[in-house]
Design a protein. Structure first.
Length: 321
């Protein structure tokens, strides 16, 4: 997985001590899974009798214990290397930045390694690391004023605000797109191309009935009353009455359709205005103090990202598991 500066800042700015302990346990579990000896012993336990099972379980515990000691020895060594990188930094502002970013994790991991290691030389080694931690804490106290006025402090100070605004902008964009999609899929029956076909057919039949009635009167001038009555009963009424109700319904539909189109245009206009506002905020984010601090640091202290990533490589985390 690619390691970015933002990932490092997010991880260690919000890092809790119990999370560090959980990460160490997860790494140990992963190591057990990768250890061929432990894997082979687990397979043999499944195939053995009761006495052999006890022997193999003891061997398994011993193998796991060795792996645990091996891991914590490696952990202590890595913490020492990470701390040495911080101590070797000559820029006081960058040094305090690294202390604020990593010292809590280094201190906790060192204590955890010390508690789990058994050999005296290993415990002495961890005690030396703790001495270095105390040394660097005292060393950085005098330079806190310089650090507060630096771009490093601004970087961490504005980080949460930057990511909060970026997240809000992303959510607003997503919500805007959802509303636009809803407008496209929820047009109701107003865009139905077959609407009005029945009205046209009935209107044509009604006109045809009127013409036929007129033709009947002209053709049979003596019996025009009977012809008129017959046309009215058999032609005009079957087409005229349904046509009346359909026309009435069509009138209401047209009225609702006009209102709906007005609301649709207003909603689209509101969404366009909201999108313009979102895009404007997104443009303004390019001048956010967090990004400005990153640019300033890249000019004044070019090696700060490389130093930060180098120390990060020694700290246990889920990505390095």
């Amino acid at each position: 997985m690619n390691i970015t500066l933002d990932n490092i800042l997010n991880l260690y700015q919000s890092c809790k001590l119990e999370d560090i302990s959980k990460i160490n346990k997860q790494i140990l579990i992963a190591q057990y899974a990768q250890c061929k000896q432990i894997s082979d012993l687990n397979k043999e336990i499944k195939q053995s009798n009761a006495v052999s099972i006890q022997i193999l379980e003891n061997q398994l515990k011993e193998a796991k214990h060795k792996e645990t000691l091996k891991y914590y020895k490696s952990l202590a060594y890595n913490m020492d290397e990470a701390l040495s990188l911080i101590l070797s930094e000559k820029d006081p502002a960058l040094q305090i930045f690294l202390v604020d970013l990593y010292l809590k994790a280094i201190s906790f991991n060192t204590q955890e390694a010390k508690d789990n290691l058994e050999d005296i030389p290993d415990k002495i080694f961890c005690a030396k690391i703790e001495t270095k931690i105390s040394l660097i804490e005292n060393q950085t106290k005098n330079n806190r004023v310089l650090y507060i006025n630096s771009s490093f402090h601004k970087l961490l100070y504005h980080k949460d605000d930057y990511y909060k605004k970026i997240k809000n902008i992303s959510n607003w964009k997503l919500e805007n797109n959802k509303k636009r999609q809803l407008l496209k899929t929820n047009i109701k029956p107003y865009n139905n191309i077959y609407r009005g076909c029945l009205t046209i057919i009935l209107s044509a039949l009604f006109i045809f009935a009127l013409l036929f009635m007129l033709f009947a009167i002209i053709a049979e001038p003596k019996d025009w009353v009977i012809g008129l009555l017959s046309c009215f009963i058999f032609l005009i009424m079957p087409t005229g009455i349904p046509l009346f109700f359909i026309m009435r319904k069509e009138y209401k539909w047209r009225k609702n359709y006009t209102n709906y189109i007005g609301e649709l245009k207003l909603t689209e206009q509101n969404l366009d205005n909201a999108l313009k506002s979102i895009n404007q905020q997104e443009t303004e984010m390019l001048n956010h103090p967090y990004l400005k601090a990153q640019k300033d640091l890249s000019l004044s202290t070019p090696h700060w990202q490389e130093k930060t990533n180098s120390i990060y490589a020694y700290i246990p985390n889920n990505d390095n598991r």
